[in-house]
Write a protein that binds this ligand. Structure first.
Ligand code: OAD
Ligand code: ZN
Length: 229
């Protein structure tokens, strides 16, 4: 297919995009939520109870992400972006792997593992090392990772930004997401209702496969081959 004939392309990525780089997914075999109970590590209540334990868990995640490298699929998206206008990535991933591959224009729905924030003062700090540079705010509060945990509200500006580009796109390609977490689960339908051609790339069919015009059972690392042939 010739994807270059489309004017506005949204690539919507999930944990399966990073899986081939070695970052574990959430729900599949070896998924993070099978190994770790999110109630102990990934919600505000857990952080309020034991901030150090929750920060240690996220530091471990940062270390494991730093051991991984972007793959050919990430690089393909960067190349696509360098040769065409209006290519936007909307990702549920917090690992920053798209940016490490040189991709710009990434809307991070669930925030970033490389940022901390203080809800008391309303500030966010970039913090990109293997270990956290600073885990306490000037006000004395522990800083929390600026990501969406269970029971957290999503950042409404970011959702709006994603929704805007999804409604305007004429090609919507989802890669490596189970599609069951809202509001992201509504995106393919949103794209389709606005006339976009929708492609799903995943190693298996998902609950949302029926919405897509084309379903490709395949790997995120090989998207260049699927999308250019
Ligand atoms: P999931 O773990 O739910 O789904 C990962 C998807 O990737 C599955 O459908 C796999 O079949 C697919 N997959 C695995 N390896 C792949 C590969 N090499 N190539 C292509 N596809 C592959 O992850 P997400 O859909 O991203 O939220 O999960 C959404 C959100 O749920 C996450 O952002 C996270 C989680 O709870 C928060 O932490 C807030
Ligand atoms: Zn503060």
């Amino acid at each position: 297919m010739d994807i270059t004939k489309y004017n506005k392309i949204v690539l919507f990525t999930g944990a399966g995009m990073s899986a081939e780089s070695g970052v574990p997914t959430y729900r599949g075999s070896g998924g993070i939520w099978h190994k770790y109970n999110w109630e102990e590590y990934a919600c505000q209540d857990a952080f309020d109870r034991d901030p150090k334990k929750v920060l240690d868990f996220h530091e471990l995640r940062r270390k494991s992400v730093l051991e991984c490298k972007p793959h050919d699929g990430h690089k393909f998206i960067t190349k696509l972006q360098n040769s065409h206008d209006n290519i936007i990535v909307v990702t549920q991933n917090i690992d920053g792997m798209h940016q490490r591959a040189g991709t710009d224009n990434v809307v991070e729905l669930h925030g970033s593992l490389w940022r901390l924030r203080c809800d008391n003062c309303g500030i966010t700090n970039n913090d990109i090392g293997e270990t956290f540079v600073n885990t306490k705010c000037k006000c004395g509060n522990y800083l929390r990772p600026d990501i969406t945990w269970f029971d957290d509200m999503l950042n409404s500006n970011v959702i709006q930004q994603a929704s805007d580009v999804i409604q305007k796109c004429d090609l919507f390609i989802s890669i490596g997401t189970s599609g069951i977490v809202w509001p992201a689960a509504g995106f393919p339908q949103e794209a389709k209702s606005n006339g976009a051609f929708c492609i799903e790339i995943n190693t298996e069919r998902t609950e949302l496969s029926y919405i897509y015009d084309k379903v490709i059972i395949g790997k995120a690392g090989e998207i260049g081959e699927y999308l250019l042939k």
